[in-house]
Design a protein around this ligand. Structure first.
Ligand code: FNR
Length: 189
Protein backbone atom coordinates (compact mmCIF):
# COMPACT_ATOMS: atom_id res chain seq x y z
CA UNK A 1 0.00 0.00 0.00
CA UNK A 2 1.33 3.43 -0.90
CA UNK A 3 0.75 6.65 1.00
CA UNK A 4 0.69 10.19 -0.33
CA UNK A 5 2.76 12.31 1.99
CA UNK A 6 2.30 16.03 1.50
CA UNK A 7 5.32 17.93 2.69
CA UNK A 8 5.78 21.51 3.82
CA UNK A 9 9.17 23.19 3.82
CA UNK A 10 9.25 25.74 6.62
CA UNK A 11 11.55 28.05 4.67
CA UNK A 12 10.86 30.26 1.65
CA UNK A 13 14.58 30.77 0.98
CA UNK A 14 15.78 29.68 -2.46
CA UNK A 15 18.82 27.95 -0.95
CA UNK A 16 16.94 26.50 2.01
CA UNK A 17 18.96 23.85 3.81
CA UNK A 18 15.68 22.34 4.97
CA UNK A 19 14.59 21.78 1.39
CA UNK A 20 17.97 20.17 0.73
CA UNK A 21 17.46 17.93 3.75
CA UNK A 22 13.98 17.01 2.49
CA UNK A 23 15.32 15.98 -0.91
CA UNK A 24 18.02 13.89 0.74
CA UNK A 25 15.40 12.23 2.95
CA UNK A 26 13.23 11.22 0.00
CA UNK A 27 16.15 9.17 -1.37
CA UNK A 28 16.19 7.19 1.88
CA UNK A 29 12.45 6.70 2.27
CA UNK A 30 10.51 3.44 1.95
CA UNK A 31 9.09 3.12 -1.57
CA UNK A 32 5.54 3.11 -0.16
CA UNK A 33 5.85 6.80 0.69
CA UNK A 34 5.11 9.19 -2.19
CA UNK A 35 6.14 12.75 -1.43
CA UNK A 36 4.50 15.86 -2.85
CA UNK A 37 5.32 19.42 -1.89
CA UNK A 38 2.49 21.59 -0.67
CA UNK A 39 3.39 25.17 -1.45
CA UNK A 40 2.11 28.08 0.60
CA UNK A 41 4.21 31.00 -0.66
CA UNK A 42 1.17 32.59 -2.31
CA UNK A 43 -0.88 32.88 0.88
CA UNK A 44 -1.32 36.44 2.16
CA UNK A 45 -1.13 37.11 5.89
CA UNK A 46 -4.21 35.46 7.38
CA UNK A 47 -7.08 37.35 8.96
CA UNK A 48 -10.52 36.07 9.87
CA UNK A 49 -11.90 38.70 7.51
CA UNK A 50 -11.22 36.08 4.82
CA UNK A 51 -13.46 33.49 6.46
CA UNK A 52 -16.77 34.69 4.98
CA UNK A 53 -15.48 34.15 1.44
CA UNK A 54 -12.32 32.07 1.64
CA UNK A 55 -10.04 32.94 -1.31
CA UNK A 56 -9.06 30.28 -3.81
CA UNK A 57 -5.43 30.15 -2.62
CA UNK A 58 -6.68 29.32 0.85
CA UNK A 59 -9.16 26.72 -0.40
CA UNK A 60 -6.51 25.07 -2.59
CA UNK A 61 -4.06 24.94 0.29
CA UNK A 62 -6.66 23.33 2.55
CA UNK A 63 -7.51 20.81 -0.17
CA UNK A 64 -3.87 19.87 -0.59
CA UNK A 65 -3.55 19.21 3.14
CA UNK A 66 -6.81 17.27 3.33
CA UNK A 67 -6.05 15.10 0.30
CA UNK A 68 -2.74 13.93 1.82
CA UNK A 69 -2.58 10.64 3.70
CA UNK A 70 0.05 12.17 5.95
CA UNK A 71 2.13 15.32 6.33
CA UNK A 72 5.83 15.81 6.80
CA UNK A 73 6.99 19.24 7.95
CA UNK A 74 10.66 19.97 7.36
CA UNK A 75 11.37 23.27 9.00
CA UNK A 76 14.08 25.59 10.25
CA UNK A 77 13.91 27.26 13.62
CA UNK A 78 13.58 31.05 13.50
CA UNK A 79 14.13 32.89 16.75
CA UNK A 80 13.48 29.73 18.73
CA UNK A 81 10.13 29.09 17.05
CA UNK A 82 8.84 28.21 13.60
CA UNK A 83 9.13 30.69 10.71
CA UNK A 84 6.24 33.13 10.49
CA UNK A 85 5.30 32.11 6.94
CA UNK A 86 4.86 28.49 8.03
CA UNK A 87 2.74 29.52 11.01
CA UNK A 88 0.68 31.71 8.69
CA UNK A 89 0.10 28.77 6.35
CA UNK A 90 -0.96 26.55 9.25
CA UNK A 91 -3.36 29.26 10.42
CA UNK A 92 -4.89 29.35 6.93
CA UNK A 93 -5.43 25.59 6.89
CA UNK A 94 -6.95 25.65 10.38
CA UNK A 95 -9.77 27.97 9.38
CA UNK A 96 -12.62 28.91 8.78
CA UNK A 97 -13.63 27.75 12.23
CA UNK A 98 -14.88 24.18 12.21
CA UNK A 99 -13.01 23.22 9.03
CA UNK A 100 -9.53 22.53 10.46
CA UNK A 101 -7.73 20.69 7.66
CA UNK A 102 -5.17 19.04 9.96
CA UNK A 103 -7.75 17.06 11.94
CA UNK A 104 -6.82 13.35 12.06
CA UNK A 105 -4.02 13.69 9.49
CA UNK A 106 -0.88 11.95 10.75
CA UNK A 107 2.19 14.14 10.78
CA UNK A 108 5.93 14.04 11.24
CA UNK A 109 8.25 16.88 12.13
CA UNK A 110 11.93 17.24 11.26
CA UNK A 111 14.36 20.06 10.63
CA UNK A 112 17.90 21.23 10.32
CA UNK A 113 19.93 24.24 11.35
CA UNK A 114 23.62 25.10 11.48
CA UNK A 115 23.21 25.48 15.25
CA UNK A 116 24.11 22.71 17.65
CA UNK A 117 20.56 22.00 18.80
CA UNK A 118 19.34 21.63 15.22
CA UNK A 119 15.83 23.18 15.46
CA UNK A 120 14.90 21.39 18.71
CA UNK A 121 13.11 24.39 20.21
CA UNK A 122 11.24 25.28 17.02
CA UNK A 123 10.08 21.69 16.66
CA UNK A 124 8.58 21.74 20.15
CA UNK A 125 6.51 24.78 19.18
CA UNK A 126 5.38 23.02 16.04
CA UNK A 127 4.40 19.93 18.02
CA UNK A 128 2.29 22.07 20.30
CA UNK A 129 0.50 23.61 17.30
CA UNK A 130 -0.11 20.24 15.61
CA UNK A 131 -1.36 18.83 18.88
CA UNK A 132 -3.91 21.59 19.20
CA UNK A 133 -4.98 20.99 15.60
CA UNK A 134 -5.65 17.32 16.39
CA UNK A 135 -3.04 15.89 14.03
CA UNK A 136 -1.69 12.61 15.39
CA UNK A 137 2.09 13.07 15.49
CA UNK A 138 4.91 10.62 15.38
CA UNK A 139 6.46 11.21 18.80
CA UNK A 140 9.58 9.21 18.28
CA UNK A 141 12.17 9.15 16.87
CA UNK A 142 12.88 12.85 17.01
CA UNK A 143 15.39 14.26 14.55
CA UNK A 144 17.35 17.43 15.27
CA UNK A 145 19.82 17.69 12.46
CA UNK A 146 22.85 19.96 12.57
CA UNK A 147 23.71 21.12 9.06
CA UNK A 148 27.48 21.41 8.79
CA UNK A 149 29.82 21.71 5.80
CA UNK A 150 29.88 18.39 4.03
CA UNK A 151 26.58 17.22 5.51
CA UNK A 152 25.44 16.49 1.95
CA UNK A 153 27.65 15.01 -0.76
CA UNK A 154 27.79 16.28 -4.37
CA UNK A 155 24.71 14.25 -5.25
CA UNK A 156 22.72 15.87 -2.44
CA UNK A 157 22.73 12.71 -0.33
CA UNK A 158 23.46 12.46 3.39
CA UNK A 159 27.24 12.06 3.44
CA UNK A 160 27.70 10.39 6.81
CA UNK A 161 26.70 6.71 6.85
CA UNK A 162 25.60 6.77 10.50
CA UNK A 163 23.37 9.80 9.95
CA UNK A 164 21.91 8.24 6.80
CA UNK A 165 21.10 5.09 8.75
CA UNK A 166 19.45 7.09 11.51
CA UNK A 167 17.33 9.05 9.01
CA UNK A 168 16.39 5.88 7.14
CA UNK A 169 15.16 4.52 10.47
CA UNK A 170 13.22 7.73 11.08
CA UNK A 171 11.45 7.30 7.72
CA UNK A 172 10.74 3.62 8.29
CA UNK A 173 9.16 4.49 11.63
CA UNK A 174 7.20 7.25 9.92
CA UNK A 175 5.88 4.77 7.37
CA UNK A 176 4.76 2.38 10.12
CA UNK A 177 3.26 5.23 12.11
CA UNK A 178 1.18 6.37 9.12
CA UNK A 179 -0.03 2.81 8.49
CA UNK A 180 -1.05 2.44 12.16
CA UNK A 181 -2.88 5.75 12.34
CA UNK A 182 -4.74 5.17 9.08
CA UNK A 183 -5.94 1.80 10.37
CA UNK A 184 -7.98 3.55 13.04
CA UNK A 185 -8.54 6.83 11.19
CA UNK A 186 -8.99 5.87 7.53
CA UNK A 187 -8.71 8.80 5.13
CA UNK A 188 -11.94 9.80 3.46
CA UNK A 189 -13.95 8.34 6.33
C1 FNR B 1 17.71 31.98 12.05
N1 FNR B 1 18.53 30.93 12.36
C2 FNR B 1 18.32 30.23 13.54
N2 FNR B 1 18.92 29.02 13.78
C3 FNR B 1 18.65 28.33 14.91
O1 FNR B 1 19.17 27.24 15.09
N3 FNR B 1 17.81 28.84 15.85
C4 FNR B 1 17.19 30.03 15.70
O2 FNR B 1 16.42 30.43 16.55
C5 FNR B 1 17.44 30.77 14.51
N4 FNR B 1 16.83 31.96 14.28
C6 FNR B 1 16.85 32.52 13.04
C7 FNR B 1 16.01 33.58 12.73
C8 FNR B 1 15.97 34.09 11.45
C9 FNR B 1 15.00 35.19 11.13
C10 FNR B 1 16.79 33.55 10.45
C11 FNR B 1 16.73 34.07 9.04
C12 FNR B 1 17.66 32.52 10.75
C13 FNR B 1 19.52 30.44 11.39
C14 FNR B 1 18.91 29.40 10.50
O3 FNR B 1 19.00 28.12 11.12
C15 FNR B 1 19.61 29.35 9.13
O4 FNR B 1 19.39 30.58 8.48
C16 FNR B 1 19.11 28.21 8.25
O5 FNR B 1 19.74 28.27 6.98
C17 FNR B 1 17.60 28.30 8.06
O6 FNR B 1 17.12 27.19 7.33
P1 FNR B 1 16.68 27.38 5.80
O7 FNR B 1 15.79 28.59 5.72
O8 FNR B 1 17.95 27.57 5.00
O9 FNR B 1 15.98 26.09 5.46
Amino acid sequence: KTYNVGYLIGSLATESINRKLAHALFKLAPEQLRFKEISYAELPPYSYDFDADYPEVGRNFKKAIESSDALLIVTPEYNRSIPGALKNAIDWASRPWGTNSFKHIPSGVIGTSPGAIGTAVGQQHLRSILGFLNSPQMNSPEAYIQFKDGFLNEAGEIADAGTAKFLKGYLEEFHQFIARVLTVLPRGA
